[in-house]
Design a protein around this ligand. Structure first.
Ligand code: SAH
Length: 227
């Protein structure tokens, strides 16, 4: 088990109180997990000093690691239980994946990324972090199509922006499950939460959780590559 260095642990605690608790994140397991996962591991080496800044940061290939607050907000709405099966679309650096894997440590996290270079780097981080995060399965491809062979999922989180909720993801949501996705245009989106009620208890519920800004989901179900 690799123990994160104490100095970054202090920075993380400060990040949790000043960026997360101060803005209303209060799920204890989410806060504890964000205080554990070292964000610097998920960054290019020259950006490590900025790991606890209140901002998204570039991770290469034109993509970004989300702002810590946005990761916490999405995770709080997803509300993963220990034994849940979670699907994440947009592995990117793997930071959000690692947080989900710790929270669902008696379950499984399935994560899909379309850019091979980013996925390879993220997989290496999963192998090294905390002696290995063994409950993560990765796939290269279009995540908007979901992962039908492993469906249904108790939680689905999309960490890229879509013009509408991709239908395949809705279809792969288990009864009682939640889907968290930024929906909007290329410049601004609203965080949308869809909840499928437990068996036989009515229609999908939808609510919104504030404005966000994500890189686009590139897919025939979302935005095209040549914008
Ligand atoms: N959760 C990530 C955020 C990464 S940014 C993190 O914490 O670092 C969004 C990612 O979604 C990018 O890596 C981008 O390549 C990926 N992406 C975009 N469209 C996709 C698609 N259709 N399927 C899978 N991944 C996609």
């Amino acid at each position: 088990m690799i123990v994160p260095a104490p100095d970054t642990r202090r920075k993380r605690r400060r990040m949790v109180s000043s960026q997360l608790v101060a803005r209303g994140i209060n799920a204890p397991r989410v806060l504890a997990t964000m205080a554990w996962v070292p964000r610097e591991w998920f960054l290019p080496p020259h950006l490590c000093d900025e790991a606890y800044d209140d901002a998204p940061l570039p991770i290469g290939s034109g993509q970004t690691i989300s702002q810590p607050y946005v990761v916490a907000l999405m995770t709080e709405h997803l509300a993963p239980r220990r034994t849940d099966r979670i699907l994440e679309i947009g592995t990117g650096s793997g930071y959000q994946t690692a947080i989900l894997a710790r929270l669902a440590n008696g379950g499984q996290v399935f994560t899909i990324e379309r850019l091979p270079d980013l996925l390879i780097e993220a997989e290496e981080r999963f192998r090294r972090l905390g002696g290995g995060l063994t409950n993560i399965q990765t796939r290269l491809g279009d995540g908007a199509a979901g992962w039908p062979e492993e469906a249904p999922f108790d939680g689905i989180v999309v960490t890229a922006a879509a013009p509408r909720v991709p239908e395949p993801l809705v279809a792969q949501l288990a009864p009682g499950g939640r889907l968290v996705i930024p929906v909007g245009d290329l410049t601004a989106q609203e965080l949308v939460i869809l909840e499928r009620p437990p068996h036989g208890q009515g229609q999908l519920q939808q609510r919104q959780a504030g404005g966000v800004r994500f890189v686009p989901l590139i897919s025939r179900h979302a935005f095209s590559e040549d914008r």
